[in-house]
Design a protein around this ligand. Structure first.
Ligand SMILES: [Zn+2]
Length: 243
């Protein structure tokens, strides 16, 4: 089911990648778990993913992880609702919302993006506790179309591989006048990042604008790696990547 095609990130020919065939892989290089890297993330030094490695860049004008972290962490507490409409037609929510057909039908949801589809461990029968296993068959009764993305909420996970795919799905959903629920386990990290990427790619928002907009509607908290990928997307979209 996975591993089809290369994830050509935003059409950048330098960044052609093959999707992982399973998600137990780890990056062979040093990722932001490193103490040094974490310290750097708090300064003006930015790291970006480039061709399966983290590359250090210095660009004081660009949006940093710290900038985005400041926006999301302001008076943060856990989300109160299973889901919130964060943009007209886009609902951001948790597993309970995704699994409750009566909520979906009541809200008129016609499309669901599951950003927490089963990882390789779950597929092997061992529950990792962070995946939400859903099937298209479950949604057929509500005439709902499912898009499943097996992402892990980890700093080293390349969620940006799926930015194009999720964005196109959301865009097509809205274009037909439909409403879409984008969810993961808690509706705060994986799914929030995909919605932010959509707003940046299709609505012309900067990373800060998109993060602020979503954060005003729901208590999101994407992990540092995802925020970094949004910083990178910000640079790419504005054509200001200088490296
Ligand atoms: Zn899992």
């Amino acid at each position: 089911m996975l591993g089809h095609g290369g994830g050509n990130v935003l059409g950048d020919p330098r960044v052609r990648m093959t999707r992982p065939t399973e998600f137990t892989f780890t990056f062979s290089h040093s990722a932001p778990e490193d103490k040094k890297l974490k310290e750097d993330l708090r300064k003006d030094t930015h790291y970006i993913f480039d061709n399966m490695s983290w590359r250090k860049i210095i660009d004081k004008d660009s949006t940093s992880v710290d900038d985005l972290r400041d926006i999301v962490s302001d008076r943060w507490s856990r989300p109160r609702n299973p889901f919130d409409e964060v943009f007209p037609g886009i609902f951001l929510g948790d597993a309970s919302a995704a699994l409750c057909m009566s909520i979906l039908v009541r809200e008129g949801i016609g499309f669901v993006v599951n950003a927490a589809d089963s990882c390789s461990r779950c597929l092997a029968g061992r529950n990792c506790g962070t995946c939400v296993r859903t099937r298209q068959a479950f949604y057929n009764v509500g005439n709902i179309q499912l898009k499943a993305i097996a992402a892990l909420d980890e700093v080293g996970f390349p969620l940006y591989w799926y930015f194009n795919e999720a964005t196109e799905f959301i865009d097509n959903a809205l274009a037909t006048g439909g409403k879409v629920l984008v969810h993961c386990r808690e509706g705060i990290s994986r799914s929030a990042t995909l919605v932010i990427a959509y707003l940046m790619m299709k609505k012309g928002m900067t990373a800060k604008e998109a993060v602020r907009l979503v954060r005003n509607k729901r208590q999101i908290y994407p992990n540092d790696g995802f925020l970094l990928q949004l910083c990178d997307l910000d640079l790419r979209l504005r054509g200001q990547r200088k490296y």
